[in-house]
Design a protein around this ligand. Structure first.
Ligand SMILES: CC(C)(COP(=O)(O)OP(=O)(O)OC[C@H]1O[C@@H](n2cnc3c(N)ncnc32)[C@H](O[C@H]2O[C@H](COP(=O)(O)OP(=O)(O)OP(=O)(O)O)[C@@H](O)[C@H]2O)[C@@H]1O)[C@@H](O)C(=O)NCCC(=O)NCCS
Ligand SMILES: Nc1ncnc2[nH]cnc12
Length: 271
């Protein structure tokens, strides 16, 4: 979580140099949020150890996730800093600590089993009767967007097929952790259906985020001066338009976690 926060310059997002397109949160607020939620991940890892990654485990993990969300809101004074990230990382921590984890295929399989049917159960069924809807729920009804739940049920393809290969290749070529994270974020932004972006600016904003990320990658991203300049310009433009790809930041944190978890699993002979 810290590495995601520290990655700079992230377009429209809070980082070491600015607070992106956010009036209500800054770097210090994110640090408080991280401090508040970290213990819940340790609890999830301990709970999942040696267990099958199934619906029973996920129900228990989700309860811890809800507690983490409550701790986040009380640390930030009610600001949603990490709701999506808590959800993504809880799932990944549970899958990586569980019995089923053996390398990337095992990790993805565990996630898919734990979240099987989630989109239908939580979005496709009965939302019309709910009094209060979250942004994600509302966007499902208006645009059919499945957001973080759809990503999870599909086994986080944006992490495993976009973020992770780019992150690993960049580190393997000798780039810094910051550069590798930025390049992975661009790859994620090219593909993710980020409901935070759609909530703020509609489908047009999502197309803008995806096409400007593609343009940045085409220029070489952080690997060229032109790409770096473009990235700074993207940050200015996202701030002007009030765009924050918060869901993509969550998937970057997931990418970083998977990279580290894969090393750990290899060390312990489970990859
Ligand atoms: C499943 C839960 C995440 C709950 O879902 P919920 O329906 O409550 O929330 P959503 O609106 O669907 O948002 C989920 C957050 O997921 C992130 N996200 C969006 N798209 C993607 C994606 N494609 N892949 C991954 N992640 C995605 C995103 O989080 C980030 O953005 C947040 C900041 O957004 P911002 O616009 O600045 O702030 P808001 O307050 O949201 O808007 P304003 O009102 O200010 O305009 C930041 O958090 C980032 O992390 C989405 O926000 C999970 O919470 C859950 O399981 N909850 C428990 C449900 C339950 O079981 N309840 C019963 C008892 S506890
Ligand atoms: N660094 C960040 N800035 C804004 N929203 C986020 N959601 C998760 N990480 C974020």
């Amino acid at each position: 979580m810290l590495q995601e926060l520290d990655t700079t310059p992230k377009p429209g997002l809070v980082d070491r140099s600015d607070q992106g397109a956010h009036a209500d949160m800054d770097y210090a607020c994110f640090r408080r949020s991280i401090e508040a939620v970290v213990p819940y991940f340790a609890a999830t890892g301990a709970l999942a150890a040696g267990k099958s990654p199934d619906e029973v485990l996920w129900r228990k993990v989700r309860k811890i996730g809800c507690e983490a969300e409550t701790a986040m809101f009380s640390a930030t004074g009610g600001v949603n800093t990490h709701k999506g990230q808590i959800f993504v990382l809880m799932l990944l921590v549970a899958a990586a600590s569980s019995e089923g984890a053996s390398g990337i295929p095992g990790l993805q399989k565990g996630i898919r089993i734990m979240t099987r049917g989630m989109v239908y159960k939580e979005l496709g069924n009965g939302l019309h009767n709910k009094n209060e809807l979250s942004h994600g729920e509302r966007l499902f009804l208006s645009h059919g967007i499945t957001g973080v739940r759809g990503e999870a049920e599909a086994g986080f393809p944006v992490i495993f097929e976009c973020g992770l290969p780019v992150y690993t290749a960049m580190l393997g070529s000798g780039y810094s952790v910051n550069d590798a994270s930025l390049q992975a974020l661009l790859a994620i932004m090219c593909s993710a259906e980020d409901s935070t972006v759609v909530h703020r600016g509609g489908l047009e904003a999502l197309r803008f985020v995806q096409s400007s990320s593609l343009a940045a990658v085409a220029l070489g991203g952080v690997r060229t001066e032109a790409g770096r300049n473009y990235l700074y310009a993207m940050n200015r433009e996202f701030i002007l338009r009030g765009l924050s790809p918060g869901g993509c930041a969550d998937l970057l944190a997931g990418t970083i976690f998977v990279h580290e978890a894969e090393k750990e699993l290899r060390i312990h002979g489970r990859a």
